[in-house]
Design a protein around this ligand. Structure first.
Ligand code: CP3
Length: 351
């Protein structure tokens, strides 16, 4: 089979013969085979076994027929290397044993040592680079979203401690953001060296900030990350997470290729708010997958009609897949996206 580069082409706003699709959290608990592996190993134990981590990454590619793979890992994975002790607790998420609260805590954070502490991740990427016939996306957590765990100590709804540090101690905050940005840059550069074909910066929770505060406390760091990886010849994606519609107009200066949208923002609106600077990725509400297949197709069709109005559209969900999603419906949706879009994108139909 020839290498499928539709995802990379769409990232670069080049024409494609069908719309590429992948799903955030496409390796996960909706898949019974994944659940079986999880009975034996925790997420971090899987990550430390490159053959197994590669296998888990490949599962959704084989089962769903998606156009990109995403490395099986977690945004928290690299933070152990800078001195944060954490676990990923079942049905909770990341829990940090030494949360960051003070200037001294931030000062203690070390630079990341990817070769030494994350050799297993690099090995997983090398294996995948040999085996995949679709591009491999690797990722890093963006500084705000990582801080929301590192400062709170656990998942939060209000981000009270995070915002408290940000508003009370801006110098400490910016120092923390700077260190997390340096980590992301070194980590993503290492991924590229061993075979990553695209990178995504996950800022899942930054939509919790007012636009002004995003620009003041976070955006300079996100900008600097993309600047520092701008020489890498691979597409770069920024996902500003849920509730980020009001932040989109602040993103136009980012040296990224793609912006991820949540389901609250129509695709055309996402494009116009970012002045057409990026390809767009998204943005089906994941819970639409609860509906019968015919209804899911109606929603997908509407998104495709809107997304295909311009080059540079990657079908995805507006946020990650949830554990109870149906493998069958995902398979049907993926096939529908491919069929419907390839019909619409035929040169004689397009003209
Ligand atoms: O398939 C993929 O998308 C690749 C794997 C991936 C995971 N985490 C594996 C995982 C990716 C890209 C992530 C990123 C991640 N991790 C984000 C950003 C994306 C998002 O969803 O907003 C965030 C915020 C985290 C932190 C985190 N890790 C949370 C909130 C949880 C959920 C807790 C739960 O149990 O639902 C995790 C655990 C986690 N990371 C799971 C998976 C598949 C689920 C638990 C498991 O299967 O062990």
């Amino acid at each position: 089979m020839a290498y499928n580069d539709r995802f990379l082409r769409a990232c670069r706003k080049q024409p494609v013969d069908r719309v590429p699709v992948w799903y955030m959290r496409q390796a996960g608990r909706y898949d019974p085979d994944y659940r079986k592996i999880k009975e034996k190993y925790s997420l971090l134990e899987i990550c430390r076994q490159p053959e197994l981590a590669a296998e888990v990454t490949l599962m959704p590619v084989r089962k769903l027929g998606v156009d990109a793979a995403i490395l099986y890992s977690d945004i928290m994975n690299p933070v152990a290397s800078i001195g944060i002790d954490f676990d990923i607790v079942k049905n909770v998420g990341p829990v940090i044993h030494n949360p960051v609260a003070t200037a001294a805590d931030v000062e203690r954070l070390k630079p990341i040592d990817v070769e030494k502490d994350l050799a297993h991740v690099l090995e997983t990427i090398r294996i995948l680079d040999r085996e995949l016939e679709v591009p491999l996306i690797t990722f890093a957590g963006a500084p705000f979203t990582l801080a929301s765990y590192i400062v709170e100590g656990k998942p939060s709804r209000s981000y009270q401690l995070t915002k408290s540090l940000m508003y009370r101690e801006p110098a400490v905050w910016h120092s923390l953001m700077g260190k997390l940005s340096d980590m992301a840059v070194a980590y993503l550069r290492a991924h590229h060296q061993v075979g990553a074909k695209a990178v995504q910066l996950f800022d899942s929770w930054v939509g919790a900030l007012a636009p002004h505060d995003f620009r003041e406390y976070v955006l300079p760091h996100v900008k600097s990350i993309f600047e520092q990886i701008s020489d890498l010849p691979i597409p770069k994606i920024y996902f500003p997470g849920v509730n980020s519609g009001e932040l989109l107009s602040s993103l136009t200066g980012l040296q990224a290729d793609v912006v991820g949208l949540d389901w609250r923002v129509p695709l055309a609106e996402g494009r116009s708010r970012t002045e057409g600077r990026f390809a767009v990725q998204g943005n089906l509400d994941p819970y639409v997958l609860e509906a019968p297949e015919a209804v899911i197709r109606e929603h997908a069709k509407r998104l495709l009609d809107e997304g295909m109005q311009e080059d540079g559209f990657i079908f995805n969900l507006g946020h990650g897949l949830y554990p109870e999603a149906s493998l069958e419906k995902l398979r049907d949706l993926t096939a529908f996206i491919h069929e419907y879009s390839s019909e619409k994108l035929r040169p004689e139909v397009r003209a």
